[in-house]
Design a protein around this ligand. Structure first.
Ligand SMILES: [Zn+2]
Length: 505
């Protein structure tokens, strides 16, 4: 009975099934309709009451979605690299771009801005040097003097000098771009035949970007540009996972982590002052899961100090890097229990369950994240295989940050109709949609991932109410205080009403 009380939908379904099985041999169409309605009411957005204008827009969306499914090539069934151009021509995508999507709660610091901006606006700055590594990747540094050689890298070349000797820099610039993203025009299955291959390239891309984006003037401009790209995609709030690296100046001097966090705060304030309908951004401090227990302990101490000193901008803490190859959360249990042990508030936002290695130590990360009181779960791709974790996440309102394109590109799922979030959405599990590393996947902002969610694993069943609930979820499950959530929701609501009135015919 306790179970029935907690799950009213399940209770009604049980009663209906009882009457069905005890009734006539031919099913009653009214009971069938009741069951269909019951399921529809359980899905994400199933309880949402739509206004007349919203209903008109919903009818239009359904018509468009049916047309989309009739296309010879259905984008969510294809690899995103092949589907991107098709998606760009989709009227649904066009609407989703205009739609106020609320917040992006799972985005990484150096994967916000498209590579073209980096090549055109960063590598053309003076004092920019480049070298080629043994494995044919590239590294950069800005320096007022000739920089010291890096191990396993060719000697440095000053890009100004190199480009001055070229008749045409387009091919060269394109080759730099190719080193800064996973996106390719070639067959992605052939270029990235396994998870190992794509994760290796993924980490090389981050290293290629590193020397550019950790240079102080670029760091500020890059973040401002990142906010701009999300803002232009009608995202009003961001929670950014950031490594908070030491940032360097042209003379080779370095700033510490507190400086980096403070700079994020200053740039966020400047951006919000320039764009009053942008709500803001908060930082989730991250560390690579490859570190040992001692480094983790030191980092958690630092995180607690930063949380105390910068409570407005700092949202909490997380670990990053490939879960399958990194250390599991359980290995770090002592360090990660420090804040709770001292009664210090350091919210966690753990990546967990970004794996298909069922039953391994890494696969326990989902339960361990919940044991460690995580506020949200990054990805949670494996959640369906953990019924206890799933129930805990639902009961405690620990939302999953679902990043469809990331999961597909990093080879956890091919056809996005088969993404585990399909099942989670049918039962209204707490979740938000996010984009993880959009620049690395050749995407931008949040609209591409919303498209995959809405047209792909949302199926015909998901509707405007689902989109509305997903957007509201991104505020409800954010790290903002209740007062700020209310403020953000009011701002979002105004933008939503404008969007509906401009697009409902
Ligand atoms: Zn991530």
């Amino acid at each position: 009975m306790a179970v029935l009380l907690q799950r009213p939908h399940a209770a009604v379904a049980c009663l209906l099934l009882y009457f069905l099985s005890s009734g006539l041999s031919i099913p009653d169409p009214r009971q069938r309709e009741a069951l269909i309605q019951l399921e529809a009411s359980m899905q994400t957005g199933g309880q949402m009451v739509l206004t007349d204008a919203e209903q008109r827009l919903d009818t239009l969306l359904l018509k468009r979605k049916l047309e989309e499914m009739d296309r010879a090539q259905f984008p969510p069934a294809m690899h995103f690299f092949k589907a991107r151009d098709l998606i760009r021509t989709s009227p649904i995508f066009n609407l989703l771009q205009k739609m106020p999507k609320g917040g992006a709660l799972h985005v990484h610091d150096f994967a916000m801005v498209d590579v073209e901006w980096i090549v055109k606006n960063v590598t053309y700055r003076p004092h920019c040097y480049m070298c080629y590594t043994d494995s044919q990747s590239i590294r950069f540094i800005f320096s007022s003097r000739w920089p010291k050689a890096l191990p396993h890298c060719s000697s440095w070349t000053l890009l100004e000098n190199l480009r001055a000797k070229m008749m045409n820099t387009t091919d060269f610039d394109n080759s730099i771009m190719g080193n800064m993203t996973l996106f390719t025009d070639q067959d992605p299955e052939a270029v990235y035949p396994s998870q190992d291959v794509i994760w290796d390239v993924f980490e090389q891309v981050f290293l290629a970007l590193w020397g550019l984006v950790t240079y102080a003037p670029v760091f500020r401009d890059y973040y401002y540009q990142g906010l701009t790209q999300f803002y232009l995609d009608n995202v009003m709030y961001l929670e950014l996972r950031a490594l908070l690296p030491e940032i360097y100046e042209l003379d080779g001097s370095y700033h510490d982590r507190a400086w980096t966090l403070k700079t994020y705060q200053e740039v966020t304030r400047r951006f919000t002052a320039d764009h009053p309908d942008f709500f803001g951004a908060r930082i989730i401090f991250t560390i690579h899961r490859g570190v040992n227990a001692t480094v983790m302990e030191r980092t958690v101490e630092e995180a607690m100090a930063l949380q105390r000193d910068f409570p407005d901008i700092m949202a909490g803490f997380d670990t990053v890097g490939r879960e399958d190859k990194g250390r599991p959360l359980w290995y770090f249990r002592d360090a990660l229990s420090l804040p709770a042990g001292r009664g210090v508030n350091l919210p966690f936002f753990f990546h967990a369950g970004e794996t298909d290695l069922e039953g391994t130590e890494v696969d326990q990360n989902l339960l361990d994240a919940l044991l460690l009181n995580t506020s949200r779960i990054g990805h949670g791709f494996a959640l369906l295989r953990h019924p206890v974790a799933k129930e805990l996440s639902r009961k405690r309102g620990v939302a999953l940050e679902v990043c469809p394109i990331s999961n597909q590109v990093l080879k956890l799922v091919n056809d996005l109709r088969n993404h585990p979030a399909a099942a989670l959405m049918t039962e209204g599990h707490p979740l938000v949609i996010s984009s993880d590393d959009p620049a690395l996947f050749g995407a931008s902002g949040l609209s591409y991932d919303f498209y995959e969610a809405f047209v792909g694993f949302g199926g015909i069943r998901s509707h405007l109410g689902s989109l509305k609930e997903l957007a509201i979820n991104s505020i409800k499950y954010s790290s903002l205080t209740p007062v700020l959530q209310e403020k953000a929701l009011a701002l979002w609501q105004r933008r939503w009403e404008k969007f509906v009135s401009e697009n409902a015919f």
